[in-house]
Design a protein around this ligand. Structure first.
Ligand code: ADP
Length: 159
């Protein structure tokens, strides 16, 4: 029986949609590892260090989670932790992409299962990409991101 889930993503930045998935998963698994993938985005609001720190701050009230920097393949951390891979599904486009990704991960590691949680209706429209666009255009993202992310944005805008 698996008791650990690895939830991988870019979390650029962590949104209320991610927090909802993680909160629900933390009630289903003994441990949820949030594995944050570095990307090559430069000169933007959220460096990899920012993304890790903001995820830790946003999730500090949940005891059975761990935030790590993802080094290498998701299937490798899942195998090392004897975990399932957890992903969120918002809509049909997510489904098409996630179905393909899950199958490729299965071919890389046949014993590693991917499981999905469907987005809660309230959070389903939230996308980190759109959140970033709103931030870059100076808009208000308070309905979409945790308080820690909002505070970071306010600080950054002042400096
Ligand atoms: P990616 O980098 O693959 O686009 P993200 O880092 O944004 O993905 O998110 C990681 C996972 O969280 C993915 O499975 C994605 O579908 C899911 N996710 C993102 N936003 C939401 C949301 N609002 N509700 C539920 N799941 C979400």
């Amino acid at each position: 029986m698996k008791t650990t889930a690895v939830y991988p993503g870019t979390f650029d930045p962590i949104t209320n949609g991610h927090v909802d998935i993680i909160t629900r998963a933390s009630q289903l698994f003994s441990k949820v590892i949030i594995a944050i993938a570095p990307t090559s985005r430069k000169n933007t609001f959220f460096t990899i260090e920012n993304r890790v720190d903001l995820a830790k701050a946003a999730l500090k009230s949940i005891a059975n989670i761990e935030v790590v920097l993802l080094k290498g393949l998701v299937v490798d951390i899942a195998k090392a932790e004897d975990a399932v891979i957890l992903r969120g599904l918002r809509n049909g486009s997510d489904f098409d992409y996630e179905f393909q990704l899950a199958e490729m991960n299965r071919q890389l590691s046949p014993k590693t299962e991917t499981i999905f949680l469907s987005a809660t209706a309230e959070y389903a429209p939230i996308s980190a990409t759109i959140v970033r666009e709103i931030i870059e255009l100076g808009g208000d993202v308070s309905a979409f991101v945790p308080k820690a992310v909002l505070e970071f944005i306010q600080q950054k805008r002042k400096s």
